[in-house]
Design a protein around this ligand. Structure first.
Ligand code: NDP
Length: 371
């Protein structure tokens, strides 16, 4: 959706009507507004639930670049955020909700999709309430803090006859797609081993460090990207895992979640996947060692700026807006009545792996990963 003011400026610039007098200009603006409304009508309306860092910093700006959906509404518990969001994204009063009146969004034809961008322990509740309101839902990663919640979310989607998609943006990012292509096509022969890690320094006092809200530490937040990367690069699912918690050097900052951890997946065919994640160290990579050469990304998981190398040289792909692509792909799948390529079942699969890693970390034993 193009901002109305920008559209107006673009129109004036493109046609040079400013020199031609007011009646023509007025006609031009009316035509443009009509086009704007018509194009909006063709797009599915998204309501963002939880106006925090990711919603404000990435998703809302991305929704100005999408072709098949636009930012139609907001759901927030912070009234002070509302005026700025309404002004910036042209959101009418009737499309603004809070957590109490959220259900009444069901009566709003402007909203087709609810996008849950809340702390992890709230994903299940708001996804299910979104389905109960009769809307499609995108839920951020990790899908939930346990598999039982994932099951309830998937069941709610089925009951409502609506679609559930997970915010797995890297499935729409060219460098990560290339990892998947190189690995699954066996361009460099069969993969023997994979390695991946994602860590950053997390500040104290946020919900991410609270086990009840986050479901765990860096594994839930960052490790999930590494797990995903190994699975789409190999096209395989792990059979078992052995995990070890890192040394906790700052117990005051991490009273009930891990500060760091590492794990080893065993994949079919004897392929190993060594992963690590941390809230106290910075790294961001994904590598595969194959029979005829290696390939990898560093950084691998950022919003942009991926870099990749293969045995043949440096990867070179355009930078894209991953979030815009991800939301457009879901909107298009709804229009075409096909399934999301990153459905709830994929989110559930990864929560199973997260739980298996935590089980191994707690018991010190190798854990088989069952369906
Ligand atoms: P923030 O803490 O920045 O924002 C969360 C928002 O949730 C808050 O601003 C608030 O919005 C709302 N909220 C409601 N209740 C609470 C509560 N009790 N405590 C804190 N916030 C509350 O988190 P992020 O935006 O970074 O993360 C949100 C989700 O998005 C997480 O699940 C995270 O894993 C995921 N994420 C995904 C990324 C990706 O690349 N796919 C990147 C970053 C995050 P309000 O004031 O409007 O009510």
């Amino acid at each position: 959706m193009e901002n109305k003011n920008t559209s107006r400026r673009t129109f004036i610039r493109n046609t040079g009507v400013a020199a031609l007098g007011l009646p023509f200009l007025q006609h031009g603006i009316e035509t443009l507004n009509k086009q704007h409304m018509e194009s909006k009508k063709d797009k599915l309306g998204i309501a963002l639930v939880g106006l925090g860092g990711y919603a404000g910093g990435q998703l809302a700006p991305a929704l100005l670049q999408t072709e098949h959906c636009y930012l139609a509404g907001i759901v927030t518990g912070s009234p002070d955020k509302i005026p700025l969001w309404q002004k910036k994204y042209n959101i009418p009063d009737k499309n603004v909700y809070n957590y109490q009146n959220f259900e009444s969004i069901g009566n709003n034809p402007d909203i087709d999709i609810i996008y849950v961008v809340l702390p992890n322990n709230m994903h299940a509740e708001y996804t299910i309430r979104g389905f109960d309101a009769g809307k499609h839902v995108i839920c951020e990663k990790p899908m939930a803090i346990n598999v039982a919640d994932c099951d309830r979310m998937i069941a709610a989607a089925k009951k409502a006859g609506k679609e559930l998609s997970i915010g797995y943006r890297l499935h729409f990012e060219p460098y990560n797609l290339e990892m998947a292509r190189l690995g699954t096509s066996k361009t460099y022969g069969a993969i023997k081993k994979m390695e991946g890690g994602f860590g950053f320094k997390a500040q104290a006092g946020q919900w991410r460090l609270d086990k009840k809200m986050a479901g765990g530490g860096p594994l839930m937040d960052l490790g999930v990207y590494v797990i995903q990367g190994m699975c789409y690069t190999s096209g395989l699912e792990p059979l078992s895992v052995t995990a070890t918690e890192g040394t906790k050097t700052d117990p005051a900052r991490f009273p009930d979640v891990e500060q760091s951890l590492s794990w080893t997946f065993e994949f079919p065919g004897g392929i190993t996947g060594n992963g690590k994640s941390s809230y106290d160290d910075s790294y961001n990579f994904l590598r595969a060692e194959a029979e005829k050469g290696d390939f990898g990304l560093n950084p691998a998981y950022n919003y942009n700026g991926q870099r990749g190398t293969t045995a043949a040289g440096v990867m070179d792909f355009p930078q894209v807006n991953q979030q815009a692509r991800q939301m457009d792909a879901f909107a298009l799948s709804l229009k075409n009545k096909t399934r999301s390529i990153v459905p709830g079942e994929l989110g559930r699969r990864d929560v199973r792996y997260l739980q298996a890693i935590y089980e191994s970390m707690a018991t010190g034993k190798k854990v088989s990963i069952n369906k």
